[in-house]
Design a binder for this molecule. Sequence first.
Ligand code: LMR
Length: 398
Amino acid sequence: FWSNVQKGPEDPILGVSIAFNKDTSPSKINLGVGAYRDENGKPYVLECVKKADKKIFEAGVDHEYAPIVGLASFNSLSVALALGEDCKAIKDKKIAVIQTLSGTGALRVAAEFLARFYPGKTAYVPNPTWGNHNTIFADSGVAVKSYAYYNPQNCGLNFDGMYNDINAAPNGSIILLHACAHNPTGVDPSIAQWKKISQLCKDKQHFVLFDFAYQGFASGSPEKDAEPVRLFVADGHQIGLCQSFAKNFGLYGQRIGAFSLITGTPEEALAVESQLKILVRPMYSNPPIFGARVVSTILSNKELTEQWRTEVKGMADRIIGMRESLVKYLKQHGSTKDWSHITNQIGMFCYTGLTPEQVDRLASEFHIYLTRNGRISIAGINSKNVEYLAKAIHAVTK
Ligand code: LMR
C-alpha cells in the first residue's frame, strides 16, 4: 500500500529535541523548543498548578466527556484574562469561544473556520513567523503570504515594511499578529506602533487574528502583555483570538487553549459557536478536560490567581536575567560584537543572528542545540550553563 510514501523531514523545532536527546554529552544544552526550564534545567511545574491538581483530585471528579466547546468556566475565564473583565464585548455576549488543543489547536480551528466562512481570503503572517503558522493555514486551505517584520540590520522591527505590506494587502485580508513576545524574533511593536497598525487594519477592513501564546510571560504582567489585544478590541475590531496556556501555566502536554471570535451581535455569537461545534466534532469530537480544570480552578480562586501571577512573573524575570547574563559573559570572553538585541528582545526567544552554519557548529562542537534560523529559547539557559554557552557563541562568531 505505502511504497510510494517518502520519508519526510523532522519538524524544524521539535526535531531539535530528538537530536538533543540522542547526544550523550553531559554539557549538552537544548535551546530549541520553547519550553520553560528552571535554574537546574528541569521542567517547572507551577506551585499553583500543583495546588489546583490537588483540589481537582480531592473533589473526586469524574471523567465524562466535555461538551464540544469545552469547559464553560474555562472558556469565560480565559477570554476575561485576555480581554479584561470589563470588556464590553464580553458583557454584551458578543463573543463565541471554544476550548482548543492549545494554541496550535486554536489556530487550526480558526483557519478551518475562515476557510469555510471567509473563503478566498489570504492570510498574511509576519516574516519570519512561527513555522507552524504557514502549515496550519495551508493545510486548512487558506492561502498564506507574509508581511515584512524583522530588520536583520538592527535585529529589531521593520515597522515601515510591516505597515506598507499590510497596507498593500487587498482589503479584507486576514492579518495574523503575535500579541506579544513574537516568535521567533522576540521583537514586538511599541504601543504607539500598535495604534498605527490598528488604525490601518480598520481602514483596510482587515480581519485581525491574534496569536496570544505568552500572556504574562513577556513582561511578567498579564495586563501589560494584553495591551495590544485590548487596544484593537477598544478600537472596534472584531478580532479572532488564539490563546495558549502551555507556557504561562506550564501546561504544555495538557494541550489547553482557546479560540474566540468577537461578533456583531449575541445572535451572531451563537451562530458562530454552533458552526465551530460543527467543525470540531469530526476533527476531535471534544477537548481534553484536565488542563481546562486546572486553569479554571486557578483563575476562579483569588489566592491561586495571585500565586500564578507571582510565578509567571518569576519565569519572565528569570528569562530577562539570563539575557543580561549571556551578554555579560559574551563581553567577558572577548566578543566585541553588538549583542544588545539579546537584551532588547522580549519573551522566550532571542533571534541571535547566528547563521545555519554557526548553529550546526554549536551542535557538532559544543553539544548546544537550537533551530537553524538562529533562534534560541532563553528558557533553556541557566546560571550553570550560561558561561559555557557564551564561550561557544563567541567561538563560532569570531
Ligand atoms: C516553539 O516555538 O518552540 C513552541 O511554540 C513549541 C512548538 O510547538 O513549536
